[in-house]
Design a protein around this ligand. Sequence first.
Ligand SMILES: [Zn+2]
Length: 158
Amino acid sequence: MLTIDRATYDGIVAHAKRDHPDEACGIVAGPQGTDRPERLVEMINAAGSPTFYEFDSTDLLRLYRDMDDRDEEPVVIYHSHTATEAYPSRTDIGLAMEPHAHYVLVSTRVEGNNAGPVEFRSYRIVDGEVTEEEVTVVDVLPPTQAKHATSQGDPDGR
Ligand SMILES: [Zn+2]
């Protein structure tokens, strides 16, 4: 399941609508191992295409160095489809290299640049196999789970 906060969700949707009819793409980084999409990074679609996206290789390298410095990983990797459904294409599946990432697809095929609902779906893509997962949008991400029990313990006793 992907849990994402409302502001980040809205940011991804706004980016997709703005770049329509070209595909928009980006990453939401988060602290390693937490599965928390915290830092939205809009990327440039170097292909500038309505049917394909490609991260600019220089931008991507810079982003990965930056995430490394911050002990972050790509929690969400998103792009939009502007004429087809929000489902990974054969090309998307072939390019998916992050087994731990949530691959988010947004489709702007109905409303285009205009306000209104979009398809927003999330997938795991591992070894060419696509599995859709539930998306939960929350106002604020829940507090980070402590990795080790503290002396204060948890009020629920868990
Ligand atoms: Zn695609």
